[in-house]
Design a protein around this ligand. Structure first.
Ligand SMILES: Cc1ncc(COP(=O)(O)O)c(C=O)c1O
Length: 388
């Protein structure tokens, strides 16, 4: 029996593959971006209370009223955004499903979507499921900025939206106010939507700050802001994410979401309210802790001899390993990632997983650092063996 043409092109996520291989060989897993430390105690207590309470049946499809209210209040508090929980908020199963339901809600077959490259690998299959055509605009090292002319030239009569992720996986880029304005101007000029993945909104370094493009003049009416609780509160397995969008678009997202998953886990939506109401001090500590982890791993990665770009946000370090490939006679990034597991005991993600043009990632690999210091040190000491 044949599987559908649609999914034939979906390869197993390279990240999960690396996780499996390092489990077989033994070693440190810096591939999949998930914490090895527990979530805040208040959240665990809230989840226990929710399980003991009466939250076991389907919630309202687009999210519990309490959670939608908490989301709206948080957007108001952090970014001054005027969000109506009744009309603008849709809760889904993680930001992954939120992105998929959004693409299904706003794209027609054949529509084009501009995506910055490298990109989080789920956007590719998302476009395929929505029957849309991705058009890529490069983010080039060292600062991973984009050429405004290339962005403008990517627009055609079929372009419907610009999708981007800031703070960015895998580059660690935080889009500047000027860059956001360039994207906003383009959206306004050509009547495009901005679809933004802001899942790392609270993980920014060196005094950088995150600005939702929805806060730029004229953009709230044409932006779908996607985020969730996975990364900000170290609960990637809880699967609660959300979109903030204009009322008419929210209706579409809710319709798609209803038929994709019906709803996010009810007790964990209840516990998520506690997460969103954590005091400001929580976010200060979160940033400081991640900056210290970044500095620790980045130091090792540089000393080991990688060409590395210091991230300003999110929790990944993208590197170029061209000279290692040459020295060890390894063909490409995927072979080198395997070689690193087998010879050094560190799992990473091959750079080509983040590129539609695999040649652009052929010598790159990505490390992640949502790990405790002992794990980062263990990985770092192993990497130093590469210096010999
Ligand atoms: C850019 C980006 N968006 C979304 C996700 C997934 O988020 P969620 O757990 O909310 O589905 C990830 C996870 O690594 C990510 O890196």
């Amino acid at each position: 029996m044949q599987i559908s043409k649609r999914v034939q092109g979906f390869t197993e996520s390279v990240i999960r593959e690396m996780t499996r291989v390092v489990a077989q060989h033994g070693g440190v897993n810096l591939a999949q971006g998930m914490p090895n430390f527990p979530p805040p105690r208040e959240l665990l207590e809230a989840a226990h209370r929710a399980i003991d309470g009466d939250f076991h049946q389907y919630a309202i499809t687009w999210g519990t009223p309490r959670l939608r209210r908490a989301i709206a209040d948080k957007y108001q508090k952090f970014y001054g955004m005027d969000v109506d929980p009744e009309r603008h908020v849709t809760v889904c199963c993680g930001s992954t499903e939120t992105m998929l339901s959004t693409l299904l809600a706003v794209l027609n077959p054949g529509d084009e979507v501009i995506i910055f490259e490298p990109f989080y690998e789920n956007y590719g299959p998302g476009c395929i499921i929505a029957d849309a055509q991705p058009v890529f605009v490069p983010l080039d090292p060292p600062d991973f900025t984009f050429d405004p002319d290339r962005l403008a030239n990517a627009v055609t009569p079929r372009t419907r939206a610009v999708v981007f992720n800031s703070p960015n996986n895998p580059t660690g880029k935080v889009f500047s106010r000027a860059e956001l304005q360039t994207i906003a101007d383009l959206c306004l000029k050509h009547d495009l939507l901005a679809i933004t993945d802001e899942i790392y909104e609270h993980i920014v370094f060196d005094g950088a700050s995150h600005t939702p493009i929805a806060t730029l003049p004229g953009m709230a009416e044409r932006t779908i802001t996607i985020s969730g609780i996975s990364k900000s509160y170290s609960v990637t397995g809880w699967r609660v994410g959300y979109a903030v969008a204009p009322a008419d678009l929210s209706l579409g997202i809710r319709r798609a979401h209803d038929f994709v998953t019906v709803g996010a886990p009810h007790p964990l939506q209840e516990a998520a309210v506690t997460a969103l109401q954590l005091p400001d001090a929580y976010y200060v500590k979160l940033r400081e802790a991640y900056q210290a982890r970044r500095d620790l791993l980045f130091g090792y990665v540089e000393r080991a001899g990688f060409v590395a770009w210091k991230p300003r946000g999110a929790y990944y370090i993208l590197t170029d390993a061209a000279h290692f490939l040459k020295r060890h006679g390894v063909a490409d990034d995927t072979a080198f990632a395997m070689w690193l597991i087998e010879n050094v005991g560190v799992a990473t993600v091959p750079g080509s997983s983040f590129y539609a043009h695999p040649e652009l990632g052929r010598t790159k690999i990505r490390f992640c650092f949502p790990k405790t210091d002992d794990v980062l040190r263990d990985a770092g000491e192993r990497l130093l063996k590469l210096r010999v």
